[in-house]
Design a protein around this ligand. Structure first.
Ligand SMILES: [Zn+2]
Length: 131
């Protein structure tokens, strides 16, 4: 059940009330702190939470990758770029390097072999054991 935020006009506290979507239109929630029915909806926060939820859903939805063809490196590169953009994070130079090579038509297997092994004795990676 979604949590809606209200401002209680009696005790001036911000309170959270759990309501189902169906209840939200008709419910007359009471302040959980003082029992007053004079609650004012705080809409903006709910909207933000909802759009955040929708964003995560679109990430989790495989159909958002629509035309992904695992045998087509360019198709994979497109999907990876889209994923990277939706995460809104910098996925590092290695990520964009892989995407670039996929777009150039290189097979994922050969790219994987060219990458440094994970957790291996790296080139310049900090290793406390050397101290
Ligand atoms: Zn109250």
């Amino acid at each position: 059940m979604p949590l809606y935020e209200y401002r209680c006009l009696s005790c001036q506290q911000k309170v959270g009330v759990r309501l189902s979507y169906a209840e939200y239109d008709t419910a007359k929630p009471k302040c959980p702190l003082c029992g007053s029915p004079q609650l004012k909806r705080l809409i903006s926060r709910v909207r933000i939470a909802k759009s955040e939820e929708a964003r995560m859903e679109s990430l989790a939805d495989p159909s958002s990758f629509g035309d992904l063809d695992e045998n087509d490196p360019r198709s994979m590169a497109r999907a990876m770029r889209k994923m990277g953009a939706e995460m809104g994070e910098d996925l590092g130079p290695e990520f964009s390097d892989v995407v670039d090579r996929l777009e150039a038509g290189e097979s994922p297997d050969s790219i994987e072999q060219a990458l440094p092994p994970e957790g291996g004795a790296g080139d310049g990676a900090p290793d406390m054991g050397d101290f």
